[in-house]
Design a protein around this ligand. Structure first.
Ligand code: ASP
Length: 325
């Protein structure tokens, strides 16, 4: 059946005005079909690995298939826009990452307003990025790396998951606070960036720990420091950047969001199921092994975190004078 636009708008308005009882009934039949999680970065990166773990858990809890759709580009802005434009019915979820908080300030023109257009569902994990180098780099510590970089101004390539990715801005903060000059090489996620780090085409990355930890454990890359204020339990021997660069700190987060106007009952259901995963011993162990700290809470708690982090990164972006390039 083909609906004329006016008819369609009328119907759409009618759905929004459904009485609470039928909205609850609708939420009770949720999900009525497969659910997708949009990841704004390439497969095999930190966001993707985490989304697959949470997706598998959610699929079991919701009793419907759940698939991951990678929509890389512009440090997750492309994928975020896909979710903003999707029907607010809980069948399209966004894997929210710190890039969303950074890009709110970094990009002057986005086709959406992240805080206004994406409703928070649940936070998942807090994690460090790891400052890590190809083993051919002749630096075993942060001070040695700074000294080495000073001898090669503008010659060292620093890879990242994109302009405005957490890996990018953590590295820019390091450049700014140490005064060293490295060339930024953005990728569409840190998976291809890591491939080039392993191959020696680039020398350094500040990768979110999830996708790097196995390479660090098998010594395919050399971790120099973690970006958080305290060490990671998963890498207890690795110091923090702040141990050598006082005041340096960069924490990153992942969580889940949905298009605004998604019924509260659906958000509550998703929040409940995600939080159940965060206390499940098996899931908890897998997340801890990836190097992160689980962060459970309500949708409103995650909303507060998003506002705080957007403000914090906004200051870094302005202070460092970053532009999307
Ligand atoms: N989220 C990552 C970053 O901020 C990129 C990725 O997931 O591939 O660098």
């Amino acid at each position: 059946m083909k609906l004329r636009r006016r008819q369609f708008l009328h119907l759409a308005a009618g759905t929004a005005a459904l009485p609470a009882v039928s909205r609850i009934a609708w939420a009770q039949t949720y999900p009525s079909r497969p659910v997708r999680i949009i990841v704004g970065f390439t497969a095999g990166g930190p966001g993707d690995i985490l989304a697959r773990l949470i997706g598998q858990w959610l699929s079991e809890r919701l009793g419907k298939p759940l698939f991951i759709e990678n929509r890389p580009g512009a440090a997750s802005n492309i994928g975020t826009e896909v979710v903003v434009r999707s029907p607010p019915d809980g069948h399209t979820l966004l894997l929210i990452s710190s890039a969303n908080f950074i890009n709110a300030t970094l990009y002057e023109k986005l086709n959406f307003n992240f805080i206004r257009d994406i409703a928070p569902v649940a936070s998942i994990i807090h994690l460090p990025n790891v400052m890590e180098v190809n083993p051919s780099v002749p630096a075993k510590t942060v001070p040695e790396f700074i000294a080495y970089a000073r001898t090669k101004p503008g010659k060292i390539s620093m890879a990242s998951g994109g302009n405005g990715a957490a890996s990018h801005v953590s590295g820019e903060l390091f450049k700014m606070m140490t005064g060293i000059n490295m060339v930024h090489v953005p990728y569409r996620g840190t998976a291809p960036a890591l491939t080039d780090l392993l191959g020696g085409q680039v020398e350094i990355i500040f990768d979110q720990i999830i996708s790097s930890i196995e390479y660090i454990r098998s010594e395919k890359v050399r971790a120099l420091a973690v970006t958080t204020a305290t060490r990671s339990q998963a890498l207890p021997d690795i110091p923090t950047v702040g141990d050598f660069v006082p005041g340096y700190e960069a924490s990153t987060w992942f969580g889940v969001g949905v298009p605004r106007n998604t019924p509260a009952e659906i958000i509550d259901r998703l929040n409940k199921e995600i939080n159940a995963g965060l206390v499940d011993p098996n899931m908890k162990a897998r997340l801890a092994n990836m190097g992160g700290v689980v962060l459970a809470g309500s949708a409103a708690d995650f909303g507060d975190l998003i506002v705080d982090e957007t403000e914090k990164w906004g200051k870094v972006v302005k202070f460092a004078g970053l532009k999307p390039e």
